[in-house]
Design a binder for this molecule. Structure first.
Ligand SMILES: Cc1cc2nc3c(=O)[nH]c(=O)nc-3n(C[C@H](O)[C@H](O)[C@H](O)COP(=O)(O)O)c2cc1C
Length: 197
């Protein structure tokens, strides 16, 4: 498979950047080809603007940066988003990338059924480093909330199937903890299911 990894972190020494590298190393070792969209390094503009609104009605006016990202998605069989958990949600950069790139008329054209997309099926995984412990996240209902919003309600519209959320809890923990999480990222990259599986 050809796998697009979308990284949202300005610091190359961050845990998120390491998670993306481990994921791609696992995928490459398993024989997949990888492409990295390093959103901060590339200066992606996450602000949804009038140009994005106009493009809904006139797709020929779609902004060039959006077209470039859509082309990356189009040539991928799988998409992996890597972003740190910010206030139980996506950081602004990832949120803007999702808003602008998976646009109305390109990714989806209805709001009734999250399993209907205009895009062909692509395997999808969200690798999300989090500071909190997994028991805290579960006990307070945050994990269920993210699963509902992202897995049941968002990424199906974009054709990510099968799709999964992998919270990397304790990303600011001990060196052993972080090493175990990075090994998990490599394993996820090596065992990513085929689209539609
Ligand atoms: C603005 C901000 C908001 C955050 N919100 C959360 C949160 O809601 N839940 C959580 O578990 N961690 C939260 N964190 C911690 C980050 O998820 C954690 O620092 C990150 O996963 C560590 O990885 P990094 O080295 O890639 O930044 C937050 C951090 C920042 C800077």
């Amino acid at each position: 498979m050809h796998i697009l990894t979308v990284l949202d972190h300005p610091d190359k020494s961050s845990f998120s950047a390491a998670a993306a590298r481990s994921f791609m190393a696992g995928a490459t070792a398993a024989g997949h080809s990888c492409e990295l969209a390093d959103l901060h390094a590339e200066g992606f503009d996450p602000r949804w603007s009038m140009a994005d609104i106009d493009a809904d009605a006139r797709p020929e006016t779609t902004p060039p940066d959006v077209l470039q990202e859509q082309a990356r998605v189009a040539r991928a069989d799988a998409v992996c988003l890597v972003f740190p958990l910010f206030w139980w949600g996506m950081p602004a950069m990832t949120k803007g990338w999702v808003d602008r790139v998976f646009s109305w008329g390109w990714a989806y054209d209805q709001l009734g059924d999250p399993d209907l997309s205009l895009q062909r099926p692509r395997s999808g995984v969200l690798l999300v480093p989090a500071g909190a412990r997994s028991d805290e996240i579960r006990a307070k209902g945050h994990l269920q909330a993210m699963e509902t919003t992202w897995i049941d309600g968002t990424f199906g519209y974009f054709g990510l199937s099968p799709r999964r959320l992998e919270l990397l809890c304790g990303a600011r923990g001990s060196a052993d903890r972080r090493a175990a999480l990075l090994a998990r990222c490599a394993q996820i990259g090596a065992t990513l299911p085929c689209p539609g599986a």
